[in-house]
Write a protein that binds this ligand. Structure first.
Ligand code: 5GP
Ligand code: ZN
Length: 117
């Protein structure tokens, strides 16, 4: 699986940096955000290193789909599926992306404002 030795989230996938992992599959790993913005704030990442949404290729479509399947399962397990939650991916600086290994933020457990800031 493609990984990047300088990437924080690749290190979490490899187990070199600890994380509060809540979900694992062949293609994805999910763990609690270190600086949660809601009662539930989980990051869902592919095991494969992909830097930004702009770098997703057609051959990654099933992989990216698996991130949403993970988000659905996590929302159910966290008890936020029916009330509602958000699954969002920031892309590049203007959107606030700070870790350049794609991740879905799964946020819930409170009312979320729209549009986001
Ligand atoms: P971004 O701003 O790139 O969309 O989101 C990156 C997220 O990763 C932030 O919400 C930040 O709190 C989280 N984060 C950064 N470093 C770590 C870490 O070492 N462990 C965990 N669990 N989350 C992290
Ligand atoms: Zn990575």
């Amino acid at each position: 699986m493609t990984s990047n030795s300088d990437c924080l989230f690749c290190k979490i996938v490899a187990g070199d940096i600890p994380a509060d992992v809540v979900y694992e599959s062949d293609t994805a790993v999910a763990f609690r955000d270190i600086n949660p913005q809601a009662p539930t704030h989980v990051l869902v990442i592919p095991r494969k290193h992909i830097a930004t949404l702009n770098d997703i290729e057609e051959s990654d479509e099933a992989l990216v789909g698996s991130l949403y399947s993970a988000a659905r399962e996590i929302a159910a397990a966290e008890g936020i599926a029916e009330a509602g939650y958000r699954a969002v991916m920031n892309c590049n600086a203007a959107a606030g992306q700070t870790v350049f290994h794609i991740h879905l933020h799964v946020l819930g457990g409170r009312s979320l404002k729209w549009p986001p800031g």
